[in-house]
Design a protein around this ligand. Structure first.
Ligand SMILES: Nc1ncnc2c1ncn2[C@@H]1O[C@H](COP(=O)(O)OP(=O)(O)OP(=O)(O)O)[C@@H](O)[C@H]1O
Length: 309
């Protein structure tokens, strides 16, 4: 349905996006993951036709969208990171305003607005001015606005950043429902691995402008098939222990975050050796546990850094 081919964007000296390719099939939910500054927003701004790529192309239903972006613009509902709502207007009037911009006939528009207010859980607050809303409510209204013209593709730029846990859960469930029950095609960007694990079937991982992994969740986690992540909880962090862990030939990465060291190893039965290393470094172990790989671990493995560093 949508194919992104080698998109690049340069801002003066900075190459924010470097030859990124991805595709979306109709009705699938795809995650675009990466830490702050990875280039996710820049990539989706190009895909949404808001900014022009320095190089590359976006094909929608096989047609190039660089020169003729109108068709794609109409097919996309974008939920930007920064809220785009009028605080002085009510929730209902915001939706009516944006609906009129798409020239939706009045009767149809009123019906659509009511449907969407229910969908995003704001029906009871529809007559209230948006300036009285919480951050989560504003974000939900923003999602309703993105859906007003019945887009085929919903693109969401970190839609849960800075909102309350209830709104976050509400949004995650809503996105899943839209995709499962209404076959909405979703591109969901986030730096929260657990959100993408919940919402998406397939994932792309970006870092420093480049795509570093892609596939179904299981395929991406399969990068770590022969690896294991072990968490070592200690009563006090120790430079000595960290150095010993880092210099171990079978440990590929070490992240130290009070009070835990997270290591990735390809060696089975590492526990005994870790206990020895801790004893030698005079560190008291509080606990040690192996865990199945998460997308976060894949990122750690590929970059040597945690996603939220
Ligand atoms: N208009 C711009 N002019 C100059 N540099 C920019 C511009 N937009 C983005 N950048 C830079 O491009 C890089 C990628 O930014 P981008 O916002 O795409 O990352 P991101 O993965 O979406 O991160 P975040 O989660 O913080 O939004 C950053 O270094 C950013 O400072």
């Amino acid at each position: 349905m949508l194919e992104v081919v080698s998109l690049s964007k340069r801002f003066k000296q900075l190459e924010a996006v470097k030859g990124v390719s991805l595709y979306l099939e109709k009705g699938e939910s795809v995650g675009l993951l990466g830490p702050n500054g990875a280039g996710k927003s820049t990539a989706i701004s190009m895909i949404s036709t808001l900014i022009k790529p320095t190089e590359g192309n976006v094909l929608f239903l096989g047609e190039s969208m660089i020169k003729h972006p109108k068709k794609l613009r109409e097919a996309i509902g974008l939920v930007p990171q920064d809220l785009a709502v009028f605080p002085q207007l009510t929730a209902e009037d915001n939706l009516l305003f944006f609906g009129k911009m798409y020239a939706i006939p009045t009767k149809q528009l009123k019906q659509r607005v009511n449907e969407l207010l229910i969908e995003v859980g704001l029906e009871e607050r529809k007559k209230d001015k948006v300036k009285t809303f919480s951050g989560g409510m504003k974000r939900r209204l923003n999602i309703a606005i993105a859906l007003i013209h019945r887009p085929e593709i919903l693109i969401m730029d970190e839609p849960t950043v800075g909102i309350d846990p209830q709104s976050r859960n509400f949004i995650l469930k809503m996105v899943r429902r839209l995709q499962k029950e209404e076959q909405m095609t979703v591109l969901y960007t986030s730096h929260y691995m657990e959100e993408v694990e919940y919402v998406c079937d397939r994932v792309y991982i970006m870092d420093r402008g480049s795509m570093i992994a892609a596939g179904t969740k299981d395929e991406v986690k399969g990068i770590l098939r022969s690896e294991e992540t072990i968490e070592i909880h200690v009563n006090e962090m120790s430079q000595h222990l960290e150095q010993t862990l880092r210099s171990h030939p079978n440990i590929s990465s070490v992240v130290a975050e009070q009070p835990t060291y997270t290591i990735v190893t390809n060696q089975a039965d590492m526990f005994d050796e870790v206990i020895e290393m801790a004893t030698e470094a005079k560190v008291k172990l509080i606990g040690i546990q192996a865990k199945p790989p998460t997308l976060e671990d894949v990122f750690l493995h590929l970059t040597g850094r945690k996603l939220r560093d």
